[in-house]
Write a protein that binds this ligand. Structure first.
Ligand code: ADP
Length: 486
């Protein structure tokens, strides 16, 4: 690793403003998915360390919530500027532990930092209301207050941005946080902690518990009566488990879970733009995002045209080491992930799917490189229809009518992102309204931005991240009823 700022490579947990080992002294290795080389040994925390972090956050909450909004905003802004200043180093750490191409990693750092900037600004706009009273001697007001100590559990696919997207609104609201990053990518989290110290957060406002024992730390967080809110991004299975665990202490919960995004191309679509949008929505992060196009539906009359052009574009996607210039698709995160994608492709082939490009490991460089894949003649009985692929595989389905494609698009338990291309404005409205998803990309494959509310419906979870709504998940509304105003 060639970092300008060597302090960004931290390997201990960050609790109460200081880096420290796990109470047990245990550590676990973090490796580069491209070549399996070991990057660091990181503190393997347990329940005891988690409890210490929660106590530190509780103590800090008393101080942090009393800071004026302007003071919280200034510290957040300083953290944002440090992230931008150190973007090259942060991106390098991210690519080395996660695998995505360096250009994408830089994009993630800027995207992640933009939440910190946005919520630094929003901190000053936590307004209440004055409500006309229901009786002549009554006056009614509302104020918004921070929920308290927040636990955040984040995934490996966006090791930096999934942290800032939760932590920035929490801190802006006046909450303090205990973060458990993914065991696969803890280094990006710890680098943010190093910058948080420099930015001037008081000790205990931000805590990071690194661990290879997620269930133990997760249970300590969810069972704690001090933790008032859990924000989780990850698989639907773990999300459901954590939601259940939070029941005993009735925590406020936000869940950003799996997706099964439809990407629909109608016959009046601009075909060049639809192809470019499909490539962008499918192969970013080697297909490992919860908003990746999972099922591409193309109207019959343009099916052959789309698939020919799409396959040409997919063949141009350069596979390789994320650190090498020109790489567009990096390695997958781990062996388990590649095996799952292999099983999905083999199931599609068995059921009549036609692999037009890819369909296998690259056979050179790294065992975790899976070729960008296009499967034509996809059908509903295949796993690709029901399963979140989470890899660089694009199944392309054929449809005849708008009614048919809406029915197919909504035939899933998930409801996160959806996309469609077309020009007829009445149909655009009908389809946008009919899709049972939290987000709809219309003539675009790129929808993530700080200024819009990101989140899902159905088994994709609840709560919204980013935008003017993003702070609501970290605030309680309190109502003050004034009587006797004669
Ligand atoms: P993915 O499939 O994206 O790896 P996971 O849901 O397994 O999704 O992981 C997302 C986050 O949830 C990670 O930080 C992981 O360590 C954590 N996690 C996994 N299992 C548990 C659990 N039982 N309790 C708490 N956190 C968990």
């Amino acid at each position: 690793m060639q970092l300008k700022n060597k302090n960004l490579l931290q390997t201990q947990a960050y609790i109460d403003g200081a880096f420290s080992s796990a109470a047990s002294g245990a550590t676990f290795p973090v490796t580069n998915p491209y070549d399996g080389s070991k990057l660091a040994e990181v503190a393997d925390c347990g329940a005891e360390d988690t409890e210490r972090a929660i106590q530190a956050a509780a103590k800090a909450f008393k101080v942090w919530r009393k800071f004026s909004a302007g003071k919280r905003a200034r510290i957040l802004k300083a953290w944002y500027l440090l992230q931008i200043e150190n973007a090259a180093d942060l991106a390098q750490i991210l690519t080395l532990e996660q695998g995505k191409p360096l250009g994408e990693a830089k994009g993630e750092i800027r995207y992640g930092a933009s939440f910190v900037e946005w919520f630094a600004e929003e901190a000053r706009r936590i307004y209440g209301d004055v409500i006309p009273g229901h009786q002549s001697d009554k006056r009614i007001m509302t104020i918004k207050q921070p929920v308290g100590v927040v636990a955040a559990i984040t995934p490996w696919n966006f090791p930096s941005a999934m942290i800032t997207r939760k932590v920035a609104p929490a801190l802006a609201a006046g909450c303090t946080v205990v973060i458990k990053p993914s065991e696969l990518t803890p280094l990006s989290a710890l680098a943010l902690a190093e910058l948080a110290t420099q930015a001037g957060f008081p000790p205990g406002v931000i805590n990071i518990v690194t661990t290879n024992k997620a269930p133990e730390v997760g249970t300590a967080m969810t069972a704690s009566p001090i933790v008032r809110k859990l924000s989780f991004t990850g698989s639907t299975m773990v999300g459901k488990l954590l939601l259940g665990q939070c029941a005993a202490t009735v925590k406020k919960v936000s869940l950003e879970l799996g997706g099964n995004a439809p990407f629909i191309v109608f016959d009046d679509a601009d075909m060049d733009k639809a192809v470019a949008g499909a490539v962008a929505a499918k192969y970013r992060n080697a297909g490992q995002t919860c908003i990746c196009a999972n099922r591409i539906f193309v109207q019959s009359s343009v099916y052959d045209d789309f698939i020919t052009r799409f396959t040409v574009a997919v063949k141009e996607q350069q596979l390789g080491d994320g650190m090498t210039a020109g790489t567009v698709v990096g390695p997958m995160i781990e062996e388990k992930a590649v095996c799952s994608v292999e099983a999905i492709v083999s199931d599609a082939k068995d059921k009549g799917g036609l692999v037009l490009t890819g369909g296998k490991r690259s056979g050179s460089g790294s065992s975790l490189l899976f070729e960008p894949t296009v499967v034509a003649n996809a059908t509903r009985d295949m796993k690709v229809f029901t399963t979140e692929i989470f890899g660089p595989v694009a199944p392309v389905f054929r449809f005849e009518t708008e009614e048919e494609v809406i029915e197919m698009a909504n035939d899933t338990e998930y409801g996160l992102a959806s996309y469609f291309y077309g020009r007829d404005y009445a149909r655009i409205w009908r389809v946008a309204e009919a899709l049972e998803y939290g987000m709809v990309g219309i003539n675009t494959g790129m929808i993530s931005t700080t200024v819009a509310p990101f989140g899902g419906v159905k088994h994709s979870g609840f709560g919204r991240e980013g935008s003017k709504y993003g702070m609501d998940d970290y605030l309680e509304i309190k109502y003050l009823c004034w009587g006797g105003v004669e």
